[in-house]
Design a protein around this ligand. Structure first.
Ligand SMILES: Cc1cc2nc3c(=O)[nH]c(=O)nc-3n(C[C@H](O)[C@H](O)[C@H](O)COP(=O)(O)O)c2cc1C
Ligand SMILES: Nc1ncnc2c1ncn2[C@@H]1O[C@H](COP(=O)(O)OP(=O)(O)O)[C@@H](O)[C@H]1O
Length: 281
């Protein structure tokens, strides 16, 4: 896990910044961060639409401190005022790093190229970063997650897609009729589509191999649930924060004619997940 800047470093010490939305903190974003010096910082402009790394979750994926600015508060600025604001915020700023498609100011009128004339310091513009000729962008990662294409999403992220939530009470059926699961409620994060996933689950900083079901429990009460079963471990009444890292999708959600059929399928899912973990140690 990366640093947690609960108290951010003094902005006067910052000499370089990377600017953007940075939802996902994906591979291309990390390429920008590589151009920062040791007193670098990430300036994350919050659009309100971030759902891969929502709110303050971006800090987890970089060692540089992340400063958040609300897009609504700065989108009206002209080029000079935007650069002036950056200079006021970071008085010792010497270098700005942005990508080829960075636009800012009123009506996104100003481009990365305009920064070269506006900022009296070094401006680094990163060329488009691609994976197999496809540009890496958070909008594509969102599509992959939504369609359950976790492998592709992870490939663009450069890590496993992770969501966080809080434990909630389930139907109480898992333990007796199926397998025990931790049910959770997730806010802000984009959820993969309905189905069964090979996952890792983090409980109180400890990571466990797991299998996770997301979807409407069409075989039981029909309600939407996110529930994770920790493999080969008995977890008694866990309460608190739950994090889930997605590895791959196993199958779609399905309605079974009996609890017994669902239980048989769940056992098969578990065997498949175990097989994955045994062969990918
Ligand atoms: C690995 C796994 C796969 C599951 N697959 C399905 C499914 O395909 N269809 C379905 O209706 N419910 C499925 N469920 C959800 C069960 O219906 C659920 O675990 C059960 O209703 C118990 O819920 P509870 O934990 O709230 O008591 C699955 C659960 C797990 C753990
Ligand atoms: N594929 C990429 N190649 C180069 N730079 C990129 C790429 N994706 C984003 N950037 C840069 O990273 C910063 C954050 O961009 P942002 O718009 O938040 O990313 P995304 O396009 O993934 O949503 C911007 O300066 C942007 O120009």
């Amino acid at each position: 896990m990366k640093k947690n800047y609960s108290t951010l470093v003094n902005k006067k010490e910052i000499t370089s910044i990377a600017i953007g939305g940075f939802d996902g903190m994906h591979i291309a974003h990390q390429k920008l961060f590589e151009k920062l010096d040791k007193n670098g910082a990430v300036v994350a402009i919050e659009s309100g639409y971030t759902n891969i790394t929502p709110k303050s979750f971006r800090q987890e994926y970089t060692n540089f401190p992340v400063y958040y600015y609300i897009l609504e508060n700065i989108r009206h600025l002209d080029g000079e005022s935007f650069v002036k604001l950056l200079k006021e915020e970071f008085p010792n700023l010497k270098k700005i790093v942005v990508g080829f498609d960075f636009y800012f100011g009123k009506n996104r009128k100003y481009s990365a190229q305009n920064l070269l004339g506006l900022f009296k310091g070094e401006v680094v513009i990163i060329d488009e970063i691609c994976n197999n000729n496809v540009a890496i962008h958070s909008r594509y990662i969102r599509e992959f997650i939504k369609e359950g294409n976790i492998k592709k999403a992870n490939c663009f992220l450069g890590r496993e897609y992770k969501i966080a939530g809080a434990q909630v009470k389930g139907q109480g059926l898992g333990k007796t009729d199926f397998v025990p699961t931790i049910n959770l409620i997730v806010e802000d994060f984009l959820l993969p589509n309905e189905g069964v996933y090979i996952t890792k689950t983090i409980l109180k900083d400890e990571e466990f191999n797991s299998i996770t079901f997301l979807g409407h429990r069409v075989t039981t009460d029909g309600s939407y649930a996110i529930e994770t079963h920790i493999l080969n471990k008995n977890i008694e009444d866990f309460k608190g924060k739950v994090e889930i890292k997605f590895i791959d999708k196993l199958r779609e959600n399905k309605k079974f004619n009996s609890f017994e059929e669902l239980k048989n399928q769940i056992n098969k899912d578990i065997a498949q997940a175990e097989n994955y973990f045994n062969t990918n140690k």
